[in-house]
Design a binder for this molecule. Structure first.
Ligand SMILES: [Zn+2]
Length: 72
């Protein structure tokens, strides 16, 4: 008798744990943080931006090497 009570309790815990897992399938921020390109001032998502050694961010257009004649 006690065996079945323990088994039912264990199954309940397992089911509760499984439901908790189902409720949060993936943890990701709802709003992607934006950073400002230090060259053109455009806001780009932090994932597509490139971080310079100075700590500034560059958009994908300005992430490449500096072009001659570009204003700095
Ligand atoms: Zn830019």
């Amino acid at each position: 008798m006690l065996k079945w009570v323990l088994l039912a309790g264990f199954a309940g815990v397992l089911f509760y744990w499984w439901r908790q897992k189902q409720r949060h399938p993936r943890q990701r921020p709802e709003v992607e943080s934006l950073v400002r390109c230090s060259r053109c001032g455009r806001y780009v998502s932090v994932h597509s931006a490139l971080r310079t050694t100075e700590g500034d961010f560059l958009c994908s257009e300005h992430a490449g090497p500096k072009q001659a004649g570009d204003p700095d």
